[in-house]
Design a protein around this ligand. Structure first.
Ligand code: UDX
Length: 445
């Protein structure tokens, strides 16, 4: 039976903790936040992610999950230590490595006191070069031990999506192991072999810098697909009869392209895409590499949020006192996460133009209130939100919004104008009954 430590009990750390314990791995979960550790010990999760609480509570009961603030305990009891602390963005778009540095310093000091070989695995998204040049060096310095001899080092990226973390962990497309040396790579590969058994996904073993790059390249590529399809969506809107969904379907059938991440809409949000793009753009700049492709991905995404407002402005020469209903605030459905959510820019743009803004989201209203206070009106239901509005905008594709019919909009709104920012309605049906704008829909011929 394996004993591992997960250092940094944020969303990634707890998702991995839950998954590993479900595969009978004993997990010591370390965090510097004593309050959080106290809560976790009582089985209270700091966030919602499907399936995680249940697994962790059962692991607490059967002794497979032990939350602690003690690095000493973690290093003494585990063979492999995963670092999953956050790497937030700094104001200039580079990443802040202070949590990585302090976690690794604490780890190094405790590493000095043990005699067995330990493997340190970085999972936090770090800019290429960091694992070796920062983590490796700090560990050697604070422990007085030698990398490769007394301890091993790997970079092993995560590719988890919010809302489906557990599923992503159970059936990953691949595992990427960037290893300092053969032994480090072998120890981690053996661990994953035990975790996944016969269902082990393809494992790519490479050096550390390639693995660090794979993480950034994956997110940059996915974000690029979204900005790509949004560019075509904008073109479709100018061509009667055109529909970006059909275009996406057609190109997605080409196995070289693949159908996923080609949903046009108000653009991407969330904690990773923009942050990772900004970080890698900065690295390109530092190294004298042209980053215009990646910069365009962000620019197109920003423009896509403005595009929603432009559509509304087409209907009203002046937005002052126009009531706009915003349906959906979180950056995607089934989460209350508002990080880089398109709703924030869209609402800001509307308020700047002195529109009256009503909002509704099944779970993200409290968080939205912390940003906008009393500047917008918070509604208790989707119908309450569209009531009396001059225009309704679908910003997040929550499934309950799909149940709204043209009649619901007609009966409740002052002026029935619908901007379908996520293409959840049938354009032919809606456009027959009311003023309908769908992202990437060019209208009937
Ligand atoms: C993403 C990556 O998918 C994941 O691999 C990485 O580890 C973290 O970042 P996440 O941010 O949880 O995951 O959400 P994801 O489902 O990828 O969606 C990101 C954003 O893109 C959302 O705002 C979503 O609405 C948008 N999106 C996604 C589109 O606009 N179109 C698409 O086709 C897909």
């Amino acid at each position: 039976m394996y004993n591992v430590s997960i250092i940094g009990l944020g969303w990634v750390g707890l998702a991995y903790s839950a998954f590993f314990t479900s595969r009978k791995v004993r997990v010591i979960g370390v965090d510097v936040d004593e309050r959080k550790i106290g809560m976790l010990k009582r089985g209270v999760m700091p966030f919602y992610e499907p399936g995680i609480s249940e697994l962790l509570r059962s692991a607490l009961r059967n002794g497979l999950f032990s939350p602690t603030i003690s690095y000493k305990e973690a290093i003494r009891l585990s063979d492999i230590l995963f670092i999953t602390v956050g790497t937030p963005s700094l104001a200039d778009g580079r990443i802040d490595l202070k949590y990585v540095s302090s976690a690794v310093e604490s780890l190094g000091k405790c590493l000095a006191e043990v005699n067995e070989y330990k493997l340190i695995v970085v999972k936090s998204t770090v800019i290429p070069g960091t694992t070796l040049n920062l983590v490796g060096r700090i560990l050697e310095k604070t422990s007085g031990k030698t990398l490769g001899k007394h301890f091993g080092l790997c970079f092993n990226p995560e590719f988890l999506k919010e809302g489906t973390a557990l599923r992503d962990l159970e059936k990953p497309d691949r595992i990427v192991i960037g290893a300092y040396d053969k032994k480090s790579g072998e120890v981690l590969r053996k661990f994953y072999k035990e975790v996944y058994g016969d269902e082990i996904p393809p494992v790519l073993c490479t050096n550390i810098v390639n693995a660090e790059l794979i993480k950034y390249a994956s997110n940059a590529f996915l974000a690029m697909k979204i900005s790509f399809i949004n560019t075509f969506a904008n073109l479709c809107e100018k061509l009667p009869g055109a529909d970006v969904n059909t275009v996406a379907k057609g190109i997605g059938l080409d196995s070289r392209i693949n159908p996923r991440f080609l949903r046009a809409g108000v653009g991407f949000g969330g904690s990773c895409f923009r942050k990772d793009l900004m970080a890698i753009i900065n690295l390109c700049k530092d190294k004298g590499v042209d980053s215009s492709l990646l910069e365009s991905v962000i620019k197109i995404n920003d423009l896509q949020r403005r595009h929603v407002i432009e559509i509304i402005e087409k209907e009203f020469s002046n937005l002052k006192n126009v009531t706009v209903a915003i349906l959906g605030l979180s950056f995607k459905p089934n989460t209350d996460d508002l990080r880089d959510a398109p709703s924030i820019d869209i609402v800001r743009g509307l308020l700047d133009r002195r529109a009256v803004v009503k909002v509704y989201d099944p779970v993200a209203m409290e968080k939205f209130k912390k940003i906008f206070g009393e500047k917008v009106k918070y509604c208790s239901s989707m119908l309450d939100c569209i009531k009396g509005a001059d225009c309704a905008v679908i910003v997040t594709e929550w499934s309950e919004f799909k149940n709204l019919t043209p009649d619901d909009f007609l009966k409740n709104m002052r002026r029935p104008i619908v901007v379908d920012g996520r293409r959840i309605y049938d354009p032919e049906l809606f456009s027959k009954k009311l003023k309908y704008y769908g992202i990437g829909w060019g209208g009937s011929i």
